[in-house]
Design a protein around this ligand. Structure first.
Ligand SMILES: Nc1ncnc2c1ncn2[C@@H]1O[C@H](COP(=O)(O)OP(=O)(O)OP(=O)(O)O)[C@@H](O)[C@H]1O
Length: 587
């Protein structure tokens, strides 16, 4: 027996008798050696090179791991391209340690087969001893088993680096291994291989999650905005209520660093300061740097949400027509639901749109949703019209094509109007969406909005109703409340009724700030009347005209007290106005 083998066997004996190894072995290797002798009863001197399963067994193993293998194969190929010049062999093993796919240089085929770096070889630790695949399967971690780290003397020339691949439920399902028949002596020579194999396993898990959860939301994470879209670190799949139904392994470590597991079934709002309703805001339309997520322990992450590619259950026709980013903007409000349906049809076109509504009614949010539905990753340029200068128009001349959102377009002075007209005539590749708070009209008189520009912007004008006229205010309250997930808050019936009756001059923005205050001051997890801040000043009621009065009454379901609270008057005043206007409740 060669001296090196004898030395190896003696070292194992020494370690097994409780003495230290001279070779600064990784504790993971020493643990595995102990298992080999004490649990599996293996003998390091037995020079069994490779255990190869029969063709029938191999077919069975391949069939069982078929889906993952199909996904992993492309990862394997690209990894092989990266290491092709360096004589590495790539193996994909299933959860039992059987090599179900391999890539290697055909010139060394016979040698690879003899060494077990080949299809059908069984690398489970209880059979092959300490080895890349087997020890990775036992520990669930990426490992390098370098030369004499191997238990059996038949394997000590090899250097194997392996990383686990977990399925979408967090179960270890396969191992990706890169091995060398001969390698330089220092173990550190395999550090790069370790990074490559870990990155490939992560990408295989990501691709597998995406393929398995096409009907669900996927939320991908990265600690840096640059890699968020190209190479995210982790991902989870979510059902419609925000429960985690799939994950990549790294998501456990990232979202629950203490325990790492138990992620499946958890609600996303229990882990992050966000709810499932915020997912559309995390889609591609927004710059990655703005898509910051906060973990409950205060750490920050960047998030990228991918909408379901197919509906989970076939909804009824009108819901089917509305893509998720738009559908998430309203509850059951007939006017808004009509608007959503209309917008869903216009979103994929190039028709320029004007969104009109009071401050805080959600015009920008609507515009972003339209962009996300239409733009397939193209740029969104937001121009705040109160703050434009010549440099704004100049930089837009060379900006990438996409959506141009003109926020507060009614604020543009004549010079800016000319500059904008010139820009959109040149940049026909911009889809223009504008927002305004006033009833914008073409008016060529001095100080007006020039007609030639107006008709280029106003393909369709969409009116977003003020909050006091929305029927879905309860839905909105719940939605805004869900952002305060740290306290698991709810609202007392009295507080809810009080909020439903407010005039809301600042609309949804004001609602958000009221809920922020209430959530902060509430002493229990039920927000009650005293927790609500006073209304922030009252605006002249919309119910000045008969039509507006009727709309407000409709929004309140003809409940006089609620209408009176919204208008900031008493009940008898409402009744008097109804009589004067000759209005009556719908039959
Ligand atoms: N459908 C919605 N659900 C939940 N929050 C919403 C919704 N629409 C708007 N918001 C929130 O309300 C706030 C105001 O929305 P946004 O900025 O879109 O309003 P706006 O009409 O563009 O306002 P302004 O004209 O004053 O700029 C934002 O914080 C936004 O996140």
């Amino acid at each position: 027996m060669p001296l090196s083998d004898l030395t190896h066997i003696r070292e194992i004996d020494r370690v097994l008798s409780g003495r230290a190894s001279d070779n600064h072995r990784d504790p993971l290797v020493l643990d595995s050696w102990r298992r080999c002798v004490e649990t599996y009863g293996l003998d390091p001197a037995k020079a069994e090179a490779a255990h190869i399963v029969t063709d029938t067994e191999l077919r069975l193993h391949r069939e069982q791991a078929e889906r993952l293998i199909a996904t992993a194969r492309s990862g394997l190929k690209s990894l092989f391209r990266q290491v092709a010049e360096q004589n590495y062999v790539l193996l994909l093993a299933d959860a039992k340690g059987i090599c179900v796919d391999s890539f290697g240089d055909p010139r060394f085929e016979e040698e690879l087969r003899r060494s077990g770096l080949y299809l059908g070889s069984d690398w489970s630790e209880d059979l092959a001893g300490t080895c890349g695949v087997g020890s990775c399967l036992v520990t669930g971690e990426a490992v390098t088993i370098h030369q004499s780290d191997h238990f059996g003397i038949a394997h000590t020339p090899l250097s194997c680096t392996a990383a686990p691949i977990y399925d979408t439920h967090g179960k270890l399902s396969a191992v990706l291994d890169v091995s060398l028949l001969r390698s330089p002596s220092p173990k550190s020579s395999q550090n790069l291989a370790m990074n490559l194999v870990k990155a490939s396993a992560r990408r295989v898990e990501m691709a597998n999650l995406m393929a398995m959860t096409r009907r669900d939301w996927v939320l991908r994470f990265s600690t840096s905005p640059e890699f968020l879209e190209v190479d995210p670190e982790a991902a989870v799949a979510l059902d419609g209520s925000g429960r985690i139904i799939g994950m990549t392994h790294a998501a456990g470590t990232l979202l629950m660093p203490d325990t790492g597991d138990g992620l499946i079934g958890k609600r996303i709002d229990a882990l992050l300061d966000m709810s499932v309703d915020d997912l559309p805001d995390l889609m591609r339309g927004r710059p990655a740097e703005e898509r910051v997520l906060r973990l409950k322990d205060g750490r920050g992450l960047y998030g990228h949400a991918i909408a379901p590619q197919q509906a989970r259950v076939a909804p009824h026709r009108s819901a089917l027509d509305i893509p998720a980013p738009l559908a998430n903007l309203a509850g059951a409000d007939p006017a808004l639901n009509r608007l959503q349906r209309r917008t869903a049809r216009l979103a994929p076109t190039q028709v320029p749109l004007i969104l009109q509504g009071e401050t805080g009614t959600g015009k920008e949010r609507f515009a972003r949703a339209i962009h996300v539905c239409a733009a397939q990753g193209r740029a969104l340029h937001v121009v705040r019209c109160t703050a434009v200068g010549s440099d704004t128009w100049q930089s837009l001349q060379t900006a990438p094509s996409g959506t141009l959102f003109l926020k507060g377009v009614d604020e543009l002075d004549p010079t800016a109007q000319s500059a904008l007209l010139e820009l959109i005539e040149q940049r026909t590749d911009f889809r223009v969406i504008s927002s305004c708070q006033t009833d914008l009209r073409a008016d060529d008189r001095p100080g007006g909005f020039r007609a030639d520009l107006f008709y280029r912007l106003a393909g369709d004008v969409m009116i977003l109703p003020p909050l006091r006229l929305r029927h879905d205010i309860d839905w909105l309250i719940d939605r805004v409340l869900r952002r305060h997930t740290a306290k698991d808050l709810s609202l007392s019936a009295a507080a809810r009724a009080e909020l439903a009756g407010r005039p809301w001059p600042g609309n949804i923005r004001e609602l958000e700030s009221v809920m922020d205050v209430a959530a902060a001051v509430a002493e229990s997890n039920v927000i009650d009347l005293p927790d609500l801040p006073m209304p922030q000043g009252t605006q002249k009621s919309d119910a000045q005209s008969d039509a507006a009065l009727e709309a407000l009454l409709d929004a309140c379901g003809w409940n006089m007290s609620r209408a009176a609270r919204r208008m900031g008057v008493n009940r008898s005043t409402v009744l008097r106005r109804i009589r004067k206007a000759g209005l009556s409740p719908p039959a």
